[in-house]
Design a protein around this ligand. Structure first.
Ligand code: GAP
Length: 436
């Protein structure tokens, strides 16, 4: 088959057609950059988050988890620097009235109409604001958090003491973040409501460079080994010293080659002691760590790994997308890593009648105990295979006429389409070997 160039439209329409992701409040015309995850999307999302949690928290002795509140005291965002610095400078084109980020003008021209005259730049706050409390006098202006990590910094002392962790150690969390993004294209890549998977690793200042290097490698391996992303579609993008964020001493992004170019999917930052120091100063509470062995008191330095759930999901779908030919017919499939695949196994009785359902249904119920599975009796077997290929189900198990006699079923592999005959009693263990 001729090689086709994958476009974001292909992915967006597959995601919608098969119930992964669709526009939020679509029946009202949608809301820009807000997305809903359907039955398969939520499974995929949970798998990605669970893999992150497993590799970053459960399998590590030096990281603990937490889940902080989305709404926080407004002073948190003053201390973090967001109230003062988290904004874009916007200009309006005097010709076509399009609003653009000043840094996204193309050679000083409007990207829409090429006009060169603009209003004076205006500050646009990227945090969403809301009000806590019910009365006019008693209410407080609060922000929807634009990143999850501030909850970790603010709770650093509590988590450290209740978990009895000693520096070096990390605190991880997964949760919603909100940004009033100006540029709203590229599907879920830039959403206004999204989830982050962040880990803040607290260490002695003199060990920070070493930990930075080690976390870089851990995070690269996550995409390759846990999510099964093709390494040639990933690259490092170090931040130039003059472009570092106000809090960072060193920073590097992991970028993915999207159909719309290379873009950041995760940032690894050496944040120094900036955040803990700022919160100590603004709250007036000590955030010093007491090293019992050396009797030293100091503010730890922080290495941060910050990944977006939506960007990881987009990467897994794009990277898994493939087109080939089976029996002379074109097919498209998602070659998901088994750990990522939203449905692991599909069970088909070849026909509704003839006693096949009586065998297939108990088998399905048994497999369902272990994995997310689908049961499908509709349409010819070829179409049922195609439906599963398109959503990336690694294995399909078919119960046919012969199953009633030989007490076996046919298992078909998504990628090779090869089929093997396995005794019904061994189907689960056979699958377990390949899906574990
Ligand atoms: N605490 C550091 C921090 O938030 P960031 O580079 O602004 O750093 C980290 O964001 C990650 O969060 C990004 O690499 C990206 O994966 C994700 N992210 C940021 N803004 C996003 C958006 N508008 N939509 C989807 N994901 C986003």
């Amino acid at each position: 088959m001729p090689e086709s160039k994958l476009t974001l439209d292909t992915i967006t329409s597959l995601a919608k057609r098969r119930g992964f992701i669709f526009q939020s409040s679509e029946i009202y015309g949608g809301l820009a950059s807000c997305w809903d995850f359907g039955p398969l999307g939520v499974e995929l999302k949970n798998n990605v988050k669970n893999l992150w949690w497993k590799t970053m928290v459960r399998m590590r002795d030096d990281v603990v988890g937490m889940d902080s509140s989305i709404l926080m005291h407004p002073d948190v965002w003053v201390a973090s620097g967001h109230v003062g610095a988290f904004h874009d400078m916007l200009v309006d084109c005097l010709n076509c009235k399009t609003r653009t980020r000043e840094d996204q003008l193309e050679n000083g021209k409007c990207p829409r109409c090429g006009g060169a005259e603009f209003t004076a730049p205006q500050k646009f706050q990227l945090m969403f604001q809301t009000h806590a409390g019910s009365t006019e006098t008693g209410k407080m202006d609060v922000w929807l958090r634009p990143e999850t990590c501030q909850g970790i910094f603010v709770d650093f002392k509590q988590v450290q003491s209740v978990s009895r962790m000693k520096v070096p150690f990390g605190i991880a969390q997964i949760g919603k973040a909100f940004r009033n993004e100006v540029t709203t294209k590229s599907f879920i890549f830039r959403s206004r409501e999204f989830e982050q998977m962040e880990m803040e690793f607290f260490c002695k200042p003199e060990t920070a460079d070493e930990w930075y290097e080690s976390w870089r490698q851990v995070r690269w391996n996550f995409y390759v080994n846990a999510l099964g992303v093709n390494e040639s579609n990933l690259r490092w993008a170090p931040h130039a010293q003059e472009h570092l964020a106000h809090y960072a001493r060193a920073a590097v992004d992991i970028e993915y080659q999207f159909p719309f170019g290379w873009h950041e999917i995760e940032g690894i930052h050496n944040r120094t002691d900036f955040d803990l120091k700022a919160h100590q100063e603004h709250s007036g509470k000590s955030l010093l760590y007491h090293d019992q062995e050396t009797n030293e008191k100091f503010i730890p330095w922080v290495i941060e790994t910050s990944a977006g759930v939506e960007r990881s999901i987009l990467v897994t779908i794009i990277d898994a997308y493939a087109e080939d030919e089976v029996g002379g017919e074109a097919r498209n499939l998602l070659k998901f890593h088994p750990d990522v695949a939203p449905v692991k196994v599909a069970v088909f009785p070849l026909q509704k009648k003839g006693g096949m359902e009586e065998v297939a249904m108990p088998l399905f119920r048994d497999l369902q105990e272990r994995w997310n599975c689908q049961y499908d009796v509709a349409g010819n077997i070829g179409r049922r295979y195609r439906r599963q290929d398109e959503i990336g189900t690694p294995f399909c198990v078919t119960v046919d006429f012969d199953s009633l006699e030989d007490k076996a079923a046919t298992i078909r592999d998504r990628d090779t389409t090869e089929q093997v005959r396995i005794g019904l009693d061994n189907v689960k263990s056979w699958l377990f070997e390949r899906l574990k």
